[in-house]
Design a protein around this ligand. Structure first.
Ligand SMILES: Nc1ncnc2c1ncn2[C@@H]1O[C@H](COP(=O)(O)OP(=O)(O)OP(=O)(O)O)[C@@H](O)[C@H]1O
Ligand SMILES: [Mg+2]
Length: 263
């Protein structure tokens, strides 16, 4: 007799997966007089790759901050695996911030080690190998002993990405992780992220300004817009995986996303 209500039935944000891992409903967030988000509904299935695009200031980073459990006050509901993010958030969720946020006094290797799970002793041989492996994947093997002050913006961003991956979280929230990278490195890092997503059956929410990147990587692309930001459109990316960047379906999806952005 009991009803489970209409959870997951929000029209715009409903996933095709069976088990929503992340969900927000009726989400509103204000910073003082500034309303950043209004009435956002979104659910992300376990194992799904979702990107969020939208103009500067529409609340993309705010949405990730709420999902990661960093925001204590907001309207509506935000859940990870059914539990309120304010209780459950940080355990399962890894976040790569828009700014690298590295410890300036620590080496690159130490900065990545900070991301290791709490139960891993960073001084063990195994932990060191893991960190060095991550540094190799982001092409920073030669900079393990450097300090953040010696790095370019793109290199710092790659350290931050490696730190986010060190934790091996079930849910990865990434805020413009590739924005400071050159075109070739960006492609390499996008493909690396797809490998990580695939290997670990991770669930990913990626914020990006790059429409081609969003289409290439994602199962669905959420277009936020307005101020306060709200969901304007959700675009399903039908292209089969593994994908070819020149696939017609991806080019079509890019057009649709660009139209929704009103560019
Ligand atoms: N800590 C804060 N205090 C006050 N206002 C904030 C704070 N963080 C964000 N805002 C405001 O909330 C709105 C959304 O900000 P947010 O950083 O989420 O945007 P965004 O979509 O990530 O933008 P960008 O693409 O430039 O990174 C903006 O109007 C911003 O000024
Ligand atoms: Mg932002």
């Amino acid at each position: 007799m009991s009803s489970t209500g209409d959870a997951g039935a929000a029209e715009e944000g409903t996933t095709r997966g069976e088990s929503p891992l992340l969900g927000v409903s009726g989400l509103g967030k204000a910073y003082g007089d500034t309303v950043a988000l209004r009435d956002v509904d979104l659910s992300v299935a376990d194992g799904e790759f979702v990107s969020v695009v939208g103009p500067s200031g529409c609340g993309k980073s705010t949405l990730l901050r709420v999902l990661s459990g960093l925001e204590e006050t907001f309207d509506g509901r935000a859940t990870v695996a059914g539990a309120d993010v304010r209780e459950e958030g940080s355990d399962r969720v890894g976040m790569v911030f828009q700014e690298p946020r590295l410890l300036p006094w620590a080496t690159v290797r130490e900065n990545v080690s900070v991301g290791l799970p709490a139960e891993v002793d960073p001084d063990t041989e195994g932990a060191r190998e893991r960190v060095d492996g991550l540094l190799d994947q982001v092409d920073l093997g030669d900079f393990a002993d450097a300090r953040p002050g010696e790095l370019s913006g793109g290199m710092a961003q790659r350290v931050s990405l490696a730190r986010g991956l060190a934790y091996e979280p079930a849910v990865l929230l990434l805020d413009e992780p590739f924005s400071a990278l050159d075109a070739l490195t960006k492609r390499e890092q996008q493909d690396h992220l797809l490998d990580v997503w695939d290997d670990r059956d991770a669930t990913v929410v990626l914020v990006t300004h790059d429409v081609a990147e969003a289409a290439y990587l994602s199962d669905r692309v959420v277009v936020l817009g307005g101020q306060p930001g709200t969901v304007e459109r959700v675009v399903d990316i039908g292209a089969e995986r593994p994908r070819d960047r020149t696939d017609e379906a991806l080019l079509d999806a890019r057009e649709t996303i660009t139209d929704a952005l009103g560019v």
